[in-house]
Write a protein that binds this ligand. Structure first.
Ligand SMILES: Cc1cc2nc3c(=O)[nH]c(=O)nc-3n(C[C@H](O)[C@H](O)[C@H](O)COP(=O)(O)O)c2cc1C
Length: 125
């Protein structure tokens, strides 16, 4: 059965992991992209990123429509932002029907919060 890796990555760490997972599992891979541009440096990067998590932003995804029908298993990857998953992942799980799929989660972080992030993602999805 086919597997899809869907991920968001801001600085490349999650992308690095996602590509290794996809290659190892012979899975398809899709990087989520948004029209919203977050500041890439300094305090603003953390402020705007953290703020959009806290306010529950669901930025518009600019990917072409993703056909999930061929996939039995979907691996979702995200950086940890403010102890949670990133807004583009929120957009994805709200936009797409994941009922009946086998879901696995992976995250990269700078020191902690992955368990909390996974717990929130499980509740949401
Ligand atoms: C807005 C923002 C918030 C973050 N919040 C956390 C956090 O709560 N806990 C943590 O361990 N790392 C946090 N980080 C660090 C990222 O999770 C870490 O650098 C991650 O590997 C980045 O993945 P990426 O390179 O795929 O974007 C944060 C980074 C940003 C930009």
């Amino acid at each position: 059965m086919s597997t899809l890796v869907v991920y968001f990555s801001f600085d490349g760490n999650t992308k690095f992991i996602a590509e290794i997972i996809a290659k190892t599992m012979n899975a398809d891979i899709i990087e989520l992209k948004t029209s919203k541009q977050y500041p890439t440096e300094g305090f603003s990067k953390y402020f705007w990123g953290g703020k959009s998590v806290i306010f529950g932003d669901k930025p518009k995804l600019i990917n072409d429509h993703i056909d999930l029908n061929p996939y039995e298993t979907i691996l979702i990857g995200t950086p940890v932002w403010a102890g949670s998953y990133t807004p583009p992942i929120k957009s994805f799980i709200h936009q797409y029907e994941l009922q009946g799929k086998r879901i696995a989660l992976f995250a990269s972080h700078a020191g902690g919060g992955a368990e909390k992030c996974f717990a929130k993602l499980k509740v949401t999805s």
